[in-house]
Design a protein around this ligand. Structure first.
Ligand code: AHM
Ligand code: MG
Length: 340
């Protein structure tokens, strides 16, 4: 992390503008969109830091005259992102985990309708808030196809068409990580100046790791190949640093971020409880798949590349195997019956 006492730290906004200048011909619309997302993230971060005080402060009626503070945090995060994107004017359509239908935005600059589609999970893992566990936001950005109307059909593009993807972890610190297809960079929020500062330039995920993240309570209904891989991971073998370590927070963004930095695999497979897997393709799996691939990792549905799935619905689910490349490839081989 850069030292703020030295003049050479770089803010997210400076970084975005630098990138824009490097890609000649950019109009600035995309930079403004990223700024809008980061502003919403700061607002949500502020609200998150007060989450434990909601009952006390809310009861006094002093915090928020609209009573918003008493809303569930995930609904509040949804409202904040929609507000920021609407105000920013670069977005024509939003798809959110917190809203059944895609939301078209009129934009408040007549004749200058936004050209971007933003799909997001405003607050993933929100059931963890009550117990003070880190949660996050995940977002995915597409172009509105030339000549298309801003409807759900326009949003149903495979993950390979994403122009940007990112996430924010509201954890012991708040970090925003994103890619535009040109590597992955992470920015930590410096609360005293209210800016995201470049803290993790050009993130590369380790080729392999020794951590796996899966809800093993569902083990009995996993498919055989996965069961065999888990038993393999638990077996003792010095040469391959086994047994591996289980790390499962139950908050996807946090589990993903840890594995991205340290190496590992996150798995949410099909199970009896969730026959299609649990995570959503469009605003959970695809954006993380884009990021992990850009960092040198891999994302699979167990049979193929997640980002090549042709979506048919905004909220569709997918099994997900994501993380260090060697680990994802190996689990795929177990699933195909080629090992174990
Ligand atoms: P949510 O979008 O309703 O918060 O659900 C997604 C969350 C992920 O953050 C987490 O990895 C997963 O659900 C945990 O599910 P489970 O409790 O079944 O292990
Ligand atoms: Mg979610």
């Amino acid at each position: 992390m850069n030292d703020l006492s030295t003049p050479d730290f770089k803010t997210l906004e400076q970084f975005i503008i630098e990138q824009q200048e490097m890609s000649g011909g950019a109009t600035g619309a995309f930079s403004r969109l990223l700024r809008d997302l980061s502003v919403a993230a700061k607002v949500v971060n502020r609200d998150m830091r007060r989450a434990g005080l909601v009952d006390i402060l809310g009861a006094s009626g002093e915090v928020n005259v609209q009573g918003e503070v008493q809303q569930k945090m995930d609904a509040l995060a949804h409202a904040e992102f929609v507000r920021a994107l609407r105000r920013g004017g670069e977005t024509c359509l939003i798809g959110s985990e917190e809203h059944a239908e895609a939301i078209p935005l009129d934009g408040d600059r007549p004749g200058e309708d936004g050209r971007y589609i933003v799909l997001l999970d405003p607050l993933d893992g929100s059931s963890n808030i009550d117990v003070n566990v880190s949660v996050g936001t995940i977002f995915s950005v597409y172009h509105l196809p030339e000549g298309a109307a801003p409807t759900l059909e326009a949003a149903l593009q495979p993950g390979t068409e994403q122009v940007a993807a990112g996430y924010i972890v509201y954890g012991s610190s708040t970090i925003l990580v994103y890619t535009t297809g040109n590597g992955v960079n992470g920015f930590t929020l410096e609360p005293s100046i209210g800016e995201f500062i470049l803290s993790h330039p050009n993130i590369r995920t380790p080729e392999t790791g020794t951590m796996y993240s899966v809800n093993e309570g569902n083990y009995n209904s996993f498919e055989d190949g996965l069961k065999r891989w888990i038993k393999w991971a638990q077996a003792e073998d010095k040469a391959t640093a086994r047994p591996y370590t289980t790390r499962y927070i139950g908050s996807f963004v946090s589990d993903f971020h840890r594995n991205l930095v340290k190496g590992g695999i996150y798995i949410y497979p099909a199970s009896a409880k969730s026959p299609e897997g649990k995570l959503r393709l469009m605003y959970e799996s695809n954006p993380m798949a884009f990021i992990v691939e850009q960092a040198g990792g891999m994302a699979s549905n167990g049979r193929g590349r997640v980002m090549e799935t042709q979506p048919t619905a905004l909220h569709q689910r997918t099994p997900l195997y994501i993380g260090s490349k060697a680990m994802v490839e190996q689990v795929e081989r177990f699933l195909a019956g080629e090992e174990g």
